[in-house]
Design a binder for this molecule. Structure first.
Ligand SMILES: [Mg+2]
Length: 116
C-alpha cells in the first residue's frame, strides 16, 4: 500500500505559492486505496482548516520534519512517498525513510514504478 505525503506550499495548487499538483490528485490517490495526507511547515490547525475548506478528508496531517511519526502511524504501508519543493522536504523525507520526489520532477503517469 502506498502512503503519499504532500507538502502544501509550492507543491499543491492550493499552496502559497501555488504548486502545480491539483487537488484531483488527492482524490485519484484515495480512489486507488492509497493513504494520503499533508506534511507541511504549516501548523496542524492551519492544515486542518485548509482540508475542511476543500472538503477533503486526509488520512493524516503532519509536519515534514516529523515524517517519522507519519511512518510509524501506518506500518501497513509498503511505500512511503513524500513530494515537495524545498530542501527541507528532501532532507526530512530521506532521513525518515521516504521516497522523495521533487514537485517539478514527478514522473509522468504510466512510468514504471510510479504510483499513477
Ligand atoms: Mg513547500
Amino acid at each position: 500500500m502506498v502512503l503519499l505525503s504532500l507538502d502544501i506550499d509550492g507543491t499543491l495548487e492550493v499552496g502559497d505559492p501555488p504548486g502545480w499538483i491539483p487537488l484531483t490528485w488527492i482524490h485519484r490517490a484515495k480512489a486507488l486505496g492509497y493513504l494520503v495526507g499533508s506534511a507541511s511547515d504549516r501548523t496542524m490547525s492551519d492544515q486542518k482548516r485548509l482540508w475542511e475548506r476543500h472538503e477533503i478528508e486526509m488520512d493524516f496531517i503532519g509536519h515534514k520534519h516529523k515524517l517519522d511519526i507519519v511512518r510509524a502511524k501506518f506500518p501497513e504501508a509498503t511505500r512511503w512517498i513524500h513530494i515537495g519543493d524545498g530542501n527541507a522536504d528532501y532532507i526530512y523525507a530521506v532521513e525518515h525513510g521516504f521516497e522523495f520526489y521533487w514537485v517539478h520532477e514527478v514522473p509522468e503517469d504510466g512510468t514504471e514504478g510510479w504510483i499513477f
